[in-house]
Design a binder for this molecule. Structure first.
Ligand code: ADE
Length: 266
């Protein structure tokens, strides 16, 4: 996969040399290139922003500079533009980025991250590339405001990169994690020593009884999800729940809706 990140603070992205993403780059699984947006400016001051039409506070990033940058990293005009390119614009006004986005982006040929600063990027940039046939995603990593798209891009790159085949040493570790297919948060995990700070490991985990362990973990996942993320309980597919799940959920105050739809509070 090719990933391009365009920013006025390319050094912000230097952490992509580290850890799993850094190793994937070394192993050639990920062709990741970070670019300085100012390289596409043409004036002496290397200007990337201007005042907003219609007035208001702050500055807006210029579409002409962004257009030059994005055209070049997409290979436009060189005949090398990949059909599978996705342009990602991190913005607090975007759709919320989830594991589903990460899964779908993991099979893309090229991802281009356009990191805005100030009040954001002139809205014509997203509009233009959409009309030009590029898949454009305006994505937020959560309901809070950052100073720019760099940290949000780091979050999304890590979430996507670990799903690229060959990236994670043991792919089984991706199966049961939070926000996976089960639609539940992950159960709590424990390791050695068995006794620490007067706290013991739940007995069942030492029993060697696989079916019991699996059931305990599922119960923990359901309880955790109900306590922390009721929105995820509401979104569960009732058809995917067994009798034991439904009993536990009823004890926690969740019952299948009368319309045969999802779960609702009793
Ligand atoms: N830029 C500023 N805040 C952001 C957020 N929450 N998500 C994505 N990009 C952002």
């Amino acid at each position: 996969m090719r990933v391009d990140v365009v920013s006025i603070f390319p050094d912000y992205l230097s952490v992509l040399d580290l850890s799993l993403v850094g190793k994937a780059r070394q192993r050639g699984l990920l062709d990741l290139r970070v670019h300085d947006l100012r390289d596409w400016t043409t004036d002496r001051h290397r200007t990337v922003d201007d005042t907003p039409f219609g007035g208001g506070a702050g500055m807006v990033m210029r579409p002409d500079v962004w257009g030059q940058a994005i055209d070049e990293v997409l290979g436009a005009g060189t005949g090398t533009r990949s059909e599978g390119a996705h342009l990602i614009v991190p913005t607090p006004s975007g759709e919320v980025f989830t594991q589903r986005h990460a899964e779908s982006l993991a099979s893309a040929e090229q991802l281009v991250f356009a990191c805005g600063r100030y009040e954001g990027i002139d809205a014509r940039v997203a509009e233009h590339y959409r009309s030009a046939g590029v898949t454009v995603h305006e994505l937020s990593i959560g309901d809070y405001v950052l100073n720019g798209g760099e940290v949000a891009s780091l979050v999304m790159i890590e979430a996507v990169a670990r799903l690229i085949p060959g990236m994670v040493g043991n792919p089984d570790s991706l199966v049961e994690e939070s926000h996976g297919a089960a639609g539940l948060l992950e159960y709590p995990v424990y390791t050695k020593p068995p006794s620490w700070a007067d706290l013991e490991i739940p007995e069942v985990l030492l029993s060697g009884h696989h079916a019991k362990i699996e059931r305990w973990r599922r119960d923990q996942a359901l309880e955790r999800t109900a306590a922390r993320r009721p929105d995820m309980i509401e979104a569960l597919d009732v058809a995917g729940l067994d009798k034991h799940d439904l009993k536990l959920l009823a004890e926690l105050g969740w019952v299948p809706g009368a319309d045969g739809g999802g779960l609702t509070r009793a």
